[in-house]
Design a protein around this ligand. Sequence first.
Ligand SMILES: Cc1cc2nc3c(=O)[nH]c(=O)nc-3n(C[C@H](O)[C@H](O)[C@H](O)COP(=O)(O)OP(=O)(O)OC[C@H]3O[C@@H](n4cnc5c(N)ncnc54)[C@H](O)[C@@H]3O)c2cc1C
Ligand code: SF4
Ligand code: SF4
Length: 932
Amino acid sequence: MSDAPALILPEKSRAIGNDLRRRLGADKVKDDFPTITAYSVDASIYKVVPKAVVQAETEDDIAATVAYAMATGVPITPRAAGTNLTGSAVGEGIILECGRMNRILELNVEEKWVRVQPGLNLTEFNKKLEPHGLMFGPDPSSRDMCKLGGMLSNNSAGPHTLRYGSVKDNVHAIRMHLATGVWLTAEALADGDPATDAFLSSHPSLAETFAMVRKHADLIRSKKPTVSKNSTGYNLFGLVDGLEQGIVDLPKLFVGSEGTLGVISEATFKLVDKPKTTATALIHFRHLEEVGQAVFDLLPLTPMALEVMDGNTLNLINRSAHGVPADAAATLLAEFDGGLGLSITEILERVKAICRKYRLCQDPTIAVEKEHQEQLWKARNALYPTLYRYDAKKKPINYVDDVVVPADRIAELVQYLSAFFKGQGVNVAIFGHIGNGNAHIVPLLDVNDKHDFEAMVAGYHEIHQTVITRFGGSICGEHGDGRVRAEFVRKYFGEELYALFTQVKSAFDPARVLNPGVKISDTPFTEHIDYVRLSKPCATCAKCNSVCPVYDVFQTEDMSSRGWFEIVTAPGYEYLNSKRVVEACVNCKSCRTICPAGVDVSDLIMQKRAEHPNRLAGAVFAWQGMPALFEPFIKLMGRTQGLWDRPLPRRTMERALAPFMRQLASTARLPADMMLPKLAPQLLRERYAALTEEQGHRGPVAYFHGCAANYFQDGVGDAVIAVLRKNGVEPVLPRQKCSGTPIETYGHVDRVKDYARFNVESLSRYDTIVTGCASCTLSLKDYPKWFQGEERKQAEAVAGKVRHVSEFLAGEGLKAAPTRPCRKTVTYHSSCHLRAAGVSKPPRDLLKRIPGVTFVEMRDADRCAGGAGTFCVKDYATSQKIFERKRAAIRDSGAEVVATSCPACMIQLRNGLRGEVEVRHIAELLNEAYEE
Ligand SMILES: Cc1cc2nc3c(=O)[nH]c(=O)nc-3n(C[C@H](O)[C@H](O)[C@H](O)COP(=O)(O)OP(=O)(O)OC[C@H]3O[C@@H](n4cnc5c(N)ncnc54)[C@H](O)[C@@H]3O)c2cc1C
Ligand code: SF4
Ligand code: SF4
């Protein structure tokens, strides 16, 4: 291969990676450009490029990596999902990622405990617990992205900490590997018990720590933060508290230790009952100072969560977009699950009565339905990355992001902060867990600007000091110290206690290989700030990773949406040094749909592919662009499919096509056992010639059928036409070319633009353009992006008239009610491109209107099924791995039929399900629900 030297030579010079590969195997160690670039960031303001990344799968991998680090002095940084806001999961040596260790090892439902691995994602974990009526209490707002190892090491908390405490309050035991090469199971032991003494003696680092804690118990007690939460320093306070109760509380030492004392491989957690019903109240206050008293009034109703956003935060996230009144000075979100022996309804009545005492902008919004509650929480959960939308240069910077004050002084804190930042001329968002007195303070700054930089440094010292001295608070409630607060830990606790912290660090990590620079460090917080990245539009929050199907399969940052943003925007990026990742994206657009900051990673990747269009795909698209040559071939294949679509000819075909497929991608193949769609012996446009524009048919509604419905005889095109006719529409089949999605996927943007121009011209004359394919829908709605000036306006006009058939019929299009009962249990697979086009509810609404249908919402309905146009042949193996999750969800739903809205998804679903569950397009199901 021509690009071999660029890919291989640098790797040979990478001694650390090579050493580790020899010890762990090539699949688990990476040090190529895309990998070290993706792992050089987390959700903080920092960038540190590692030498190598180990993707551990077993405890032996952890032990071997730690042994190597100890032998060579190369630092090690454990990492889970990399969503911390403090720079604690980046490091200059080896990143030891445990994301693939993500299993539940043991679950005891009766006793409500679970043993887990550190790479398990919190939302996935809770989904697995849900059928048992259980959940894990602490819930950071990053719950869709973060993993249990990171939560443990940061002592994470969240909105529900008010009820359940932080991670440290929910741990029974931790298993971790120490720098000395031994494994330790840390649990609460009885003080004074000979077995405990023997255990401590067998671990000198523990014995030394506990001897020191006993000796300095008075000092530690005197320095204990008096607020409800603290994650700064080592939790020697918890050890003293334990000893006072006769417990050697080992987990307290390690929870919150940020990978600086050992590497966690397992933990045993306490679980709580998942509330059967909850309700959320959204309350907009006209006066900030009234919020504190309202919280005081609400607390006796035992809320599960109380979250506040100040008026400026509401401005920054765009009030009107979130339905926030113009005169709201603060907004409070309160969640309840009953309690005090009262029903939810009674609790809500009391909430309303309390609210009447205050000057609110409007009556509180009360949500009881799960979907409605999620909607109310959506803005809060994505608040920090949403702030990235506010300004191209001024970005939300986390450097005083996590202070805690007594809960009854939070309004005073907000007033102090507002005045302080006003004095600095800095815009700031203040929000947080008001019930705990924990405020997240996120100023918007351009760190490349001298004034802003100086404001940041001054604010860092001034605010932290004020929180300590004036409010008696803590500088960190839940995010951890990391690199950002390490400098201030000494100032917060004073020299004497800080000396004890360094003694603990030395006892466990004398060689300083475990996450140096984090928690215990005098390095100024301004070191390693990523000035380049902080002017980019991505918040590195990793929200997109939580929906990226490729990340779901590989669980590594170099194979993830966030990682790809970082890679393709990095200064050293070249297609040839990053080809394996740039070609791995399935272009499902799920990242774009979910990104709170408005970034479209898939579009960036498509732009990079456009710099190196695939030649074979280009030849195929050129052929397809000549209907006189291409269509006879399709029809011939359609007529003879019964002959060649059999095991033996398909095996021959697979072998014969293999050299061509390799030109598409090294992973591409057309497997003999893959179920292909039925090709059309007579194309849709031929079967419905009378409806074509060419034959003079005219009308206000066009049906843009796209390639699949024309070339495949899968029933979709016929059903769309039939169902439109049954609703009084005689659609026109306008002249059309491929909408462009598959062509863009292989980098041929000039052809996409030509086709877009043709289609815009052709479709401009219609009032409504109905589609039956998710990708065509999105492609047409996205056409404006290809044009400027007048052409753009024309494309925008067309885009505004595009309606997927489900959208059209769920709206005013459904003139005749379907009356023929279906009597089946139906679930819905929500095609990614249709979701990206903003069509998510109408297909479901339509299915529910078919008489006799029992609609069941499946788990993961919104996740990619892995077909993604031609991705299922470009990388069949990965595509099938993506599908495994969908298959399980469909099976668990108990549905007899899975409905979808895209012919391409139908291919993947039919191939994956092999008749186990019927696969139908929504138009087909609806069409059959009309009497003939
Ligand atoms: C949008 C957004 C919202 C957030 N909201 C909250 C919130 O509400 N509450 C909150 O507490 N935090 C919040 N965070 C911060 C962060 O998500 C949490 O701290 C989270 O628990 C970190 O988990 P992670 O899997 O990303 O860990 P990482 O970032 O990968 O790692 C965190 C720390 O854990 C260490 N670590 C990871 N795995 C191991 C292991 N196996 N052994 C030893 N050490 C290990 C790392 O070295 C690092 O020090 C938020 C972040 C974002 C981006
Ligand atoms: S692309 Fe969006 S969702 Fe993904 S990390 Fe960046 S800001 Fe977060
Ligand atoms: S388009 Fe899909 S596969 Fe590609 S980065 Fe986005 S979420 Fe991942």
